[in-house]
Structure formats: C-alpha cells, structure tokens
Design a protein around this ligand. Structure first.
Ligand SMILES: O=c1ccn([C@@H]2O[C@H](COP(=O)(O)OP(=O)(O)O[C@H]3O[C@H](CO)[C@@H](O)[C@H](O)[C@H]3O)[C@@H](O)[C@H]2O)c(=O)[nH]1
Ligand SMILES: [Mn+2]
Length: 738
C-alpha cells in the first residue's frame, strides 16, 4: 500500500494562520505597554499621600485582573497557531473483509431525563452504520439498570431486522428512524418510486408500533427508579425473539449487548468513566474489537459513513502506530438560529479543535470518537508478566487472556462461560486494588473524564486527529435552557479545574511530555474557569464602585496610554468577531456568545472552581448531574424566540441580577457625577464599562422590568438582589472612601 493514493490529506489554513499570528504579535505588544503603564502607575502613586492606600487596592485588583485575562488569552493563542483542515477518501479503503472490527459503546443513565425511545434511536443508528455488520458490535451501558431499556433493546433487535435492510437498500443517510420519519428535509428522498414509498410506509408503521410498545411498558415499570443506585449487574446478549422470521431471516445484524453494571450505594461508581470501563472489560470478553466508538445516549449517527472515515486515519500506516483516536465534532440537532446559550459550542468545535489538530490532535470530547482499544490499556501489554497484568487489570484470567488475544469473530456464539465472566467484570468490587481509572481505561480523577483521559494519552505520545465533514456525522441534544446550560457549565468548570489543581496540572505535567503549545491548550481549559471568573467579577464591581467614589482607574482620554486600552479592547473584540464571521456566524452570534460567556463566568465558573477546590480538600464528593434530554415545549418556545429562560435557581440568578443592579446604579450615578464635576475625560472608561455590561446583558434588565411571562426574573429575586447590591455599594464606600 506504500505508493497507493493517500486515504486522507491535511491542509494548513494559511489565511487564518496569517491573521492569527499577526493578531498575536500586535496584541502582545499592546499588552506589554499596558503592563508597563500599570506598573509605573502603581509605583508612582506610592507617595505618602493619605489617600494612597485606598487608591492602591482597586488599582492593584484591576491590574491583577488584567494580568489574569492576558494570561488566559496567551494560553488560548496556542489554539490559533496552526489551524488545519482534513479531507478523507473512504472510497480508497481496502475491501470490507480487510476492515478491522469496531465496538460501539453507548452510555445512558436516567430513563426520565434520557427517554428510552431516543436512546434506542441512537442504538439503531449505530447498528445501521455503513460497515460490515459482522464487524460491528453495539453495547448499551444502562447505569440506571432500568427494565425499560432492556425491553427497548429487545424491541430494537426486532425492528432492526426491517430497518437495516431498508436503509441499505435505499441508501438512506439519516439512520435514526425518529429523525428520518419526522420528515426533516434532506437529500434522502431520492427515490420516489411506488415500491420505495410502499416500503417506507410499512417500515414507518412498524416504527410506530415499536414506539408504542415502549410507551406501554414505560407506563408499567414506572416507580422502579429507586433501584438506579442499587442493583446487581445484568448483561444480556440480545437475540431474536420475534416470530416474523419469514422475510428477514437472512439479514445480518450486528451483535447487540445490554450491560447494566452492578451499582451499590456503598461503592462510588465513577459516572460515565466507570461505565465505559465496564464496557471495555465486558466487550473484551465478547467481541474484543481493536477499535471503539463512544457515544452519549443522545448522540445518534447522522451519517452512516463515519466509521469508514475514521478508518481512513486508523488504517494509514504512516500515522496509525501513534494514533489513539479520531474525534468528530459534537453537533446538535436542536440549535435555534439565535442560539442564545451558545449551545453549539462554536468556538470549541469550529475554531479550537482545528487549531490543536495542527499541533498534536484534538482534545478527547466525550462522544463521537473512534479510539484504538490498546491506547486505553495504559501501556503496551505484550511485554508485562502475568502478575503485573493482574495488578493492572484485575484478577480475571479470562480478561487477561482476551487482552493478549485478538478480535473474536465468533461473538455470536458467545460461550456461556464467558458470559458468566462478564458478570464478575461488571461487579462493583472488580476494580478494587487494580489500576482501572488510575492508569488503565478512562480516568476517574475528574468528572470530565474525556479531557483528562485524552490529556494523559497525549502525554504518553499518542496523537489524535479531527475529522469534521460538512454533513454532521453525529447529532445530539444541546442545552436549550439557562438552567441546564449553567449546570453543565458548572460540571465542566469543576471537572476541568480539578485537573488543574491535581498532579496532572497541564502546565506542569505537560511540558516535559509534550510541546509547550499543546500544554498551553490543555492549560487553557484547566484554568479557564478560574481565570475568567476572577477578572470578570472584578471588572463588574471595582470600576463601578470606584466610579461612584470618584477614583479613576484608567488613563485620561488625553493621555497617550488611553490609546493602548482602546486598542486592546477593539483588538480582542474584532478578532473574536472575525472568527465568528469566518465560521458562519453573524454579529448576533458574537453578541450572544459574549453574553453567555459573561453569565457563565459570573456563575458556573465561580461555583465550578469552588466545587473543585472543595473536592480537592476533601469537603465535597464528585457529582454528575446529567443534562435533561426531554424537551419542555414552553422552554423550547422561549429558546426558539431567542428569549432567555430565567427559571433557574437563585444561586445562579442572584449574582447576575445583583451585578446588573450595581452597574445600573453606578452608570446612572457616575454619569450624573461626571456631568456635575466635569471630569469626563478621567472617568470615561469606567462609565463605558458599566454601559457595555448593561447593553450586553440587556435581556436581564428586560426580564426584571418588562417581561411578564414565566421566564422572567421573579420580583422576589430582584428584591433579594437589590439588597445584595446595596451591601456591595456600602462596602465599596467603606473601603474606598474613608
Ligand atoms: O453516571 C453517569 C452519568 C452520565 N452518564 C452518561 O454520560 C453521557 C453524558 O452525559 P450528559 O448528561 O449528556 O452530559 P453532557 O454535559 O452533555 O456531556 C458532555 O460532558 C461529559 C463530561 O462531563 C462527557 O462525558 C460527555 O461525553 C460530553 O458530551 C450521557 O450519555 C449519560 O447517560 C453515564 O453513563 N453515567
Ligand atoms: Mn449530553
């Protein structure tokens, strides 16, 4: 295969690279001037003036914030250094019988938040991947251990006997039946022949029956939820139990396995990472495929070709020895035009991942990646002796045998003995005194297991690639209400900060093991929560309190350093805007992203960082609140209209509303004061900061004063927040005035 055509090519985005590097240069020079100005300013005011100490503190705080923001900006620039784009040529892959086998892992945990029909759609879409069926094995991990999901899997098996041939025959692209039948217009409706229409109608009827039967069972098994945290392991290879074997008997169906690991309240189960590690062991017994596709339960395969695309990298002999995983972007099916909560995570999947792909490869992103099984085994296992293997992987001889062996093609005739062994492998005590979660498998030290696991892989010398074809390969549910968005943001902040504070701190653990640029990228994520919430809290309070107390913090308009501040402000905004526009966004997208970034910094990032610190000192246990995948019609309506839904806890609302009130007061008070005193050229920047914050967060003001619907800010919250703002204002007077 040496001189045959390449399976993929990689282009450096020359224009972006040029723009990014020029921006880095100019912006850094401006920051250097700013730092020089601040230092000389602080030193020069150190005279024995009585007021000096009161002037010193706010200036120091503002300077510290500027330094923190500059630092996180610097880390972020590593993502901008060498952005690349990749193209694949799946048609050049070898014949089907030469393709390696794939195990698909799908995780679900809570049938109330993750409806069974949706999970089963993901399972079906994975079974229908365009890949030889006997080389595809689909595992569902059900952390809730709910009978409804097991029932659903059996129904899936019967329905797949019709669905899979239909998709293959008519080359259907959308292989999640729910999406397909909901009639979303795309390029699928190629054939209009009456035969096709007839088959389509028949399958649709079967699909409706399938959904109904799940709904019926759901009604009956309700109330079994208490067992979610306390149940034995149950592993079942799903087999045919239907009667209609007549027509579809010859249909090849991928192996389908249901796995509910044992869970006991006394044992910590390590959330998704724990589930994935159980799947790794169980699948090792049953199919042991060399590659694994990991999917969240709501991320269905929106395009059947992803497996072949991934193989374009995994089968390229030049890069494959070091290649750990091929990451596809997370894209979402329910993003509205305005996307007020930035649920699409545009910056991550359209800018940063392409950037880090040009350095070492994207950060592991939880779902939608094809990973090489041996890469997560910790290290090369061939040359370790048996005792050591058992210390790492646990006591199961069968597991060790399998690890050392190869892919099992006779998976369909799973021996009873092996199936029994899987019960042991899925028990909650199996990992005791082993290296699972510490060195082997997905790591447990953070609730963002993907980021941490990917980081250690990159540290060990593995690489990854980012594959982002124009048709989204996987589609999931984005968060469409403020509450979910902030809670998810808090979990991510906490998990990422946890890594930052651990022995894996990317800025210390990274540089000896990988390039400084890649360490910076990981460092950006580990510290973004801390380095955004501290400065943003400061910028939302200090300049305002100083404005009210007549303390200038910025150079006068007539001072030549004013231009530096102006430049830095405009340069950051315009760079950001340029990226948004270049990736298909609009001015509104930019504004919405800025706004939700401010909101998250004030709330999610703050609480996430505190949570991480408390976990670190042992005051709190890790938790994982899954996002809600059931759509609430009213919330969806607000989201589609681009209206914020402020039905969220006071913990999130009060800080945001308090700061808005504070800024409102300082803006009005400051403006009046400036007009009377006439020192506008000294105070302009501070008046502008308040103004900018108010304009950007206008939806909060609107929801406090104008809106009357359910999503408004409740008057009680406004009152409570007003009290907090008053306390803040008084504190400001005490600290800065006397
Ligand atoms: O104890 C648990 C908790 C969660 N999950 C599953 O984990 C997945 C992700 O959970 P979700 O609630 O959707 O969280 P998100 O914030 O949307 O997930 C993102 O962030 C996670 C890390 O916090 C990553 O694991 C995910 O892949 C990534 O999509 C879902 O399939 C869950 O069913 C489990 O299997 N067991
Ligand atoms: Mn999710």
């Amino acid at each position: 295969m040496e001189d045959s055509l390449p399976l993929h090519v990689c282009h450096v985005q020359t224009l972006s690279k040029f723009i990014n590097r020029s921006h880095v240069l100019l912006h850094s020079i401006a920051l250097a001037f700013l730092i020089y100005y601040r230092i000389s300013f602080l030193l020069q005011d150190q005279d024995p003036n009585a007021k000096a100490t009161h002037l010193f503190l706010p200036r120091l705080l503002v300077f510290a914030s500027e330094l923190l923001l500059s630092f996180i900006w610097l880390l972020d620039q590593a993502f901008r250094w060498r952005p690349v784009t990749r193209t694949v040529f799946p048609e050049r892959l070898p014949e089907d019988d030469k393709l390696p086998a794939i195990d698909v892992f799908i995780c679900t945990t809570d049938p109330d938040k993750e409806p069974t029909v949706e999970v089963m759609n993901t399972v079906l879409s994975a079974m229908a991947l365009d890949y030889p069926p006997k080389k595809l094995h689909v595992y569902l991990s059900d952390d809730g251990g709910s009978p409804i999901n097991l029932y659903g899997m059996k129904e899936v098996y019967s329905f797949a006997r019709w669905w899979l041939p239909f998709c293959r025959k008519h080359r259907i692209k959308t292989r999640s039946p729910e999406t397909y039948f909901s009639g979303s217009k795309d390029d699928d409706e190629g054939s209009e022949s009456s035969e096709f229409m007839f088959e389509r109608r028949k399958i649709q009827e079967r699909y409706e029956i399938f959904k109904e039967s799940i709904a019926n069972v759901r009604g009956k098994v309700d109330g079994s939820r208490i067992t979610a945290r306390d149940h034995p392991s149950l592993i079942e290879v799903i087999q045919d139990n239907s009667n209609d074997k007549v027509q579809v008997d010859q249909v090849k169906i991928p192996l389908l396995v249901y796995v509910a690991r044992e869970k006991r309240p006394s044992h910590s189960h390590h959330f998704k990472a724990g589930a994935l590690n159980v799947l790794q062991r169980v699948s090792c017994m049953l199919s042991n495929s060399p590659y694994i596709l990991v999917l969240d339960c709501d991320m269905y395969c929106n395009d059947p070709t992803s497996a072949r695309r991934a193989m374009c990298f995994h089968l390229d002999s030049k890069i494959s020895p070091l290649l750990a995983f091929v990451q596809f972007p997370q894209r979402f099916r329910n993003i509205s035009k305005s996307d007020i909560y930035d649920s699409q995570l545009r910056m991550i999947f359209s800018v940063q991942w392409q950037g880090i792909d040009g350095l070492k490869g994207p950060i592991l992103s939880g779902t939608g990646f094809y990973i090489k099984r041996v890469s997560i085994c910790g290290r090369s296992i061939q040359d370790i002796d048996l005792e050591e293997l058992k210390q790492s992987f646990g006591s199961s001889n069968e597991l060790i045998k399998s690890l050392l062996g190869n892919y099992k093609s006779n998976a369909l005739n799973v021996q009873h003995r092996l199936l029994e062994e899987t019960q042991l492998l899925a028990s909650c005590t199996y990992e005791k005194d082993t290296k699972w979660g510490k060195e082997v498998g997905f790591l447990y030290d953070s609730v963002v297991e993907d980021y941490l696991t990917g980081f250690t892989l990159h540290c060990k010398g593995w690489t990854s690639v980012y594959c982002d074809p124009s048709r989204p390969q996987f589609l999931g549910n984005g968060t469409t209400n403020l509450n979910d968005c902030l809670i998810q943001g808090m979990r991510w902040s906490s998990g990422l900060a946890e890594v930052g504070f651990s022995k894996f701190c990317p800025l210390i653990y990274g540089p000896p093991r990988m390039s400084i640029f890649v360490s910076m990228c990981y460092g950006y994520y580990a510290f973004s929560a801390l380095l955004y919430f501290l400065p943003l809290w400061c910028f939302a309070t200090i300049p305002q309190l100083c404005l009210l107390n007549d303390i200038p913090l910025y150079p006068k308009v007539s001072n030549s350093y004013f231009v530096i501040f102006l430049f830095i402000f405009l340069s950051s905004i315009s760079k950001n805007l340029q990226e948004v526009l270049a990736t298909g966004g609009s001015f509104q997208t930019w504004r919405n992203e800025q706004r939700i970034w401010m909101m998250k910094s004030i709330t999610s990032h703050l609480y996430g960082s505190l949570d991480a610190i408390m976990k670190r000192i042992g005051m709190r246990e890790a938790s994982f609140l899954p996002t809600n995948k059931v759509e609430d019609a009213e919330q969806v309506k607000l989201y589609k209209m681009g209206k914020f839904d402020f039905q969220t806890s006071n913990m999130f609302l009060v800080p945001m509303v308090s700061l808005i009130i504070l800024n409102l007061v300082s803006f009005i008070g400051g403006l009046v004061r400036v007009i009377f005193v006439g020192n506008w050229d000294q105070m302009l920047v501070q008046v502008f900061i308040s103004f900018y914050i108010l304009v950007m967060n206008f939806p909060i003001i609107e929801a406090m004063i104008i809106r009357k619907d359910k999503g408004r800010v409740r008057p009680s919250v406004t009152v409570l927040s007003a009290m907090f703002s008053t306390i803040f204002l008084l504190l400001g007077c005490i600290i800065f005035c006397c």
